[in-house]
Design a protein around this ligand. Structure first.
Ligand SMILES: [Zn+2]
Length: 355
């Protein structure tokens, strides 16, 4: 795919002088040109651009623009494309934030400090939902880099396959929740994982074993359930140890020895039995909302149980109770197909271009 085929880099722009919200297109080059209907409104110097905190894919300010001027990017794929043009973005952000406690309320920070000193894992249960978004995002990005390095995996983004996958995720993701970023990875392992920062990976190995879109949709909904219920942060806080908690407190994970441990923990993620049941319930509720049966997901996992290479089964054993619970929730499938046959075929080969 060439750059010409990609959709424009769209963003919301606040010029910092008025409250007006403008839909703009960003044209990166020596500077980032901010263009509205063909008119260049402003031009931001690349090295002056900083990350501004906010609950969206990417929110930017510039030290040489009015202090309240902001660029907001809601779309994860546009945000990641834009980051390529801003190679020093993370650097400047890290410098700015290292060494201070970012965004935690005093009470929550105090509780984390107690966990560090005394080790009180049950506090994780109550604190996990309160991890500031920007800290979880930074942790997620660090873990993501480490994860891709460790596994040598690449994200599969083949045009038609990606379109089909996005379409499926759009249908199953919760309405109005935090934005979910899901991607397929070129790994033969039969697995799917949720990383901190609402990022979910489906491994190609698992995709290849699936016989229908409903099987994959159910698995993805289960992982989205883990993200939605903050299970990822909870499990990490419970098992991550002191250096992880310190990283969490200071929002600084760069060079943290805890990160390798964290990545490993996520790869064979074992959430509590209660968390697994809740994630199953989330998947069932998702499929029910779409008027599709969740049973194919249960049957899919059951089928994989016989496969020794199915890593996902190690962390998600499919006992008869689990399958029975899913079966009991069954509704007749009356909703429209999540993907057409053609889209499903395109999704299945999404990684065929990957090495
Ligand atoms: Zn699970």
């Amino acid at each position: 795919m060439t750059t010409d085929d990609l959709p424009p880099l769209t963003a919301i722009f606040y010029d910092g002088r008025s409250n007006r919200k403008r839909r703009v297109e960003l044209r990166p080059g020596e500077t980032i040109e901010i263009v509205e209907d063909g008119t260049v409104l402003a031009s931001w110097i690349v090295d002056d651009i900083r990350v501004a905190d906010g609950d969206m894919a990417l929110r930017l300010s510039s030290v040489s623009a009015p202090p309240l001027a902001r660029l907001e990017i809601n779309d994860e794929s546009i945000a990641s494309r834009l980051r390529h043009f801003l190679p020093r973005l993370d650097e400047t952000q890290e410098k700015r934030q290292t060494g201070r406690i970012v965004g935690w309320s005093l009470g929550a920070a105090g509780s984390i400090a107690l966990m560090v000193v005394y080790g009180i894992p049950f506090a994780a249960d109550r604190l996990a939902p309160h991890v500031p978004v920007n800290i979880e995002k930074r942790l997620g990005e660090t873990v993501d880099r480490q994860f891709l390095n460790l596994t040598g995996a690449q994200t599969c983004t083949d045009g038609e396959g990606q379109k089909a996958f996005n379409q499926m995720i759009d249908k199953i993701k919760p309405q109005g929740g935090r934005p979910i970023e899901a991607q397929v990875l070129s790994l033969d392992t039969i697995n799917a994982v949720a990383l901190p920062g609402d990022k979910i990976y489906l491994f190609d190995g698992m995709l290849q074993k699936a016989n229908s879109p409903d099987e994959i949709a159910g698995v993805m909904a289960h992982e989205i359930g883990h993200a939605h219920n903050r299970d990822v942060m909870r499990t990490l806080m419970q098992t991550g140890g002191r250096s992880f908690l310190l990283g969490l407190l200071f929002g600084d994970f760069t060079g943290s020895s805890a990160i390798i441990f964290v990545t490993q923990t996520l790869l064979d993620a074992s959430h509590s039995r209660e968390a697994e049941t809740a994630a199953d319930d989330f998947a069932v509720a998702t499929m029910t909302r779409l008027k599709r049966s969740a049973v194919p997901m249960g049957e899919f996992l059951k089928r994989l149980s016989g496969d020794d290479t199915a890593t996902i089964i190690d962390s998600h054993p499919v006992g008869s109770a689990r399958l029975e619970r899913i079966r009991q929730s069954d509704i007749p499938t009356t909703g429209s197909k999540l993907l057409s046959d053609e889209e499903w075929r395109a999704l299945k080969v999404i990684c065929s271009g990957a090495p």
